[in-house]
Ligand binder design. Structure first.
Ligand SMILES: *[C@@H]1O[C@H](CO)[C@@H](O)[C@H](O)[C@H]1NC(C)=O
Ligand SMILES: *[C@@H]1O[C@H](CO)[C@@H](O)[C@H](O)[C@H]1NC(C)=O
Ligand SMILES: *[C@@H]1O[C@H](CO)[C@@H](O)[C@H](O)[C@H]1NC(C)=O
Ligand SMILES: *[C@@H]1O[C@H](CO)[C@@H](O)[C@H](O)[C@H]1NC(C)=O
Ligand SMILES: *[C@@H]1O[C@H](CO)[C@@H](O)[C@H](O)[C@H]1NC(C)=O
Ligand SMILES: *[C@@H]1O[C@H](CO)[C@@H](O)[C@H](O)[C@H]1NC(C)=O
Length: 369
């Protein structure tokens, strides 16, 4: 690959991006971020929220075994908690998460097994952002909120990189000095990976929430003379005019090996995992049911297990960390009798204790407790 860095004098940039979004939500989205929505694993909602290490969403494909780059326009929201009418990320999918709260953006990044969110094994992935070929977002109608200010606010500029094993999401919540939200959440360096575009601590199997300084906009490299060198991803293509085909190239040909710096972080809180406590066996493709209960404490998430036995009925049993059965969902076949019970005396550590469970599994009748 050819190598060259373009150095340009920092130009006063026009603030051509809004910080908060003023348009309407995409057509498949609820009108506002909302917690506790019914689970629908075929949902086409495209509203992400980033509120805490245990309350965030990312984009992933609609259908199994998809390549991100081929499906960017039609990706859907997947959330750790049941919210925004989105699909729910099964517990165990997220293998690490680092939430950094900076004055200019909130960012969450880490590793996961995103084959469970329909990304083809080995797919190096792609970038989702609010622009896209149609100018209506990639995915089309994709939106984001963040509660950095204490309220759920819609923001205009964000970027979400997804591969089969890695994710990163940055939502720009403010502009300051010479950095516009569009620069800090730029969307043109989509061939570089998460660690390059969204620097941070990418240690696997750790879960942390930190305050941090904002990183320089991706691709910005301050030079000793005070100027800023900017990296633009190289694109090449062909242009056919008058029967003649010409090769064109924009961008630069050297890829700097690393971001300018990784900002220092402070006031970190460490957690043991993230999740929702919903039996993962219930979150099959196409499952739809209602799950109520508070967001589990990520430090005392039990690992409920569910067993589905099929004869005349599907029985789902929820067991807590001590092996005690906490809930039983029994969904009878269409013309059999329905029954169910929920055990009492659930331990406080088991976050869904006392919650009501209503299940509709695979087109079978609902049972409410
Ligand atoms: C939703 O996304 C579109 C496309 O990016 C944007 O124009 C609009 O402002 C967003 N609306 C909200 C409420 O976030
Ligand atoms: C789930 O979402 C799909 C796609 O929007 C919709 O067609 C279907 O009716 C939803 N199912 C339920 C139970 O709401
Ligand atoms: C933001 O949302 C998180 C998770 O839902 C919640 O714990 C937190 O209290 C909210 N923050 C504020 C400032 O409201
Ligand atoms: C990254 O995070 C891990 C886990 O919290 C921590 O042990 C390590 O010191 C951090 N590394 C840096 C460079 O901050
Ligand atoms: C992260 O850790 C998990 C185990 O929790 C492992 O399966 C996965 O391969 C690791 N990811 C990477 C990119 O090393
Ligand atoms: C419902 O009952 C009918 C008649 O007894 C039987 O043929 C059918 O298999 C039953 N359906 C289910 C889903 O059990």
């Amino acid at each position: 690959m050819l190598v060259q860095l373009v150095t340009s004098v920092l130009m006063a940039s026009s603030a051509n991006a809004l910080v908060t979004a003023t348009g309407t939500m995409g057509v498949t989205n609820p009108t506002a971020a909302v917690m506790g929505t019914p689970i629908n694993q075929t949902s086409e909602a495209r509203l992400l929220s980033l509120n805490s290490i245990n309350d965030f969403c990312i984009f992933a494909p609609m259908l199994p075994n998809s390549v991100v780059g081929d499906t960017e326009e039609e990706q859907v929201a997947w959330c750790v908690q049941p919210r925004n009418n989105a699909r729910v990320i099964p517990d165990g999918t997220i293998q690490s998460a680092a939430l950094v709260k900076t004055p200019l953006y909130w960012q969450i990044h880490g590793y996961g097994d995103f084959t469970r969110l329909n990304i083809a094994a080995g797919d190096q992935g792609g970038e989702l952002d609010p622009h896209g070929a149609k100018g209506t977002g990639n995915p089309v109608g994709g939106n984001v909120t963040c509660n950095a200010t204490g309220a759920d606010v819609s923001y205009e500029e964000w970027m979400n990189f997804m591969s089969y094993s890695m994710y990163c999401l940055r939502i720009c919540i403010a502009e300051q000095g010479q950095y516009t939200a569009e620069q800090v959440c730029q969307h043109e360096i989509d061939l570089m990976g998460c660690q390059w575009v969204m620097p941070g601590n990418y240690t696997n199997n750790t879960f942390t929430e930190c305050q941090a300084d904002a990183a320089l906009p991706p691709g910005w490299y301050p030079q000793p003379d005070g100027s800023i060198s900017t990296f633009h991803q190289r694109y090449t293509g062909t242009n056919t005019a008058g029967g003649k085909t010409e090769l064109w190239t924009i961008g630069v040909t050297v890829t700097p090996s690393a971001p300018y710096s990784t900002p220092s972080s402070s006031q970190c809180t460490t957690f043991s995992s993230v999740g929702n406590g919903i039996p993962t066996e219930s979150l099959t493709a196409g499952a739809a049911f209602t799950w109520s209960g508070a967001i589990p404490d990520p430090n005392s998430l039990s690992s409920p297990t569910a067993r589905a036995s099929s004869q005349s009925a599907v029985v789902t049993t929820v067991t807590d960390a001590n092996g005690q059965v906490r809930a039983t969902i029994s969904v009878a076949a269409a013309n059999a009798s329905q029954s169910g019970s929920r055990n009492s005396g659930a331990s406080p550590a088991f976050a869904i204790a006392g919650a009501s469970l209503v299940a509709v599994l695979a087109g079978i009748a609902a049972v409410a407790f």
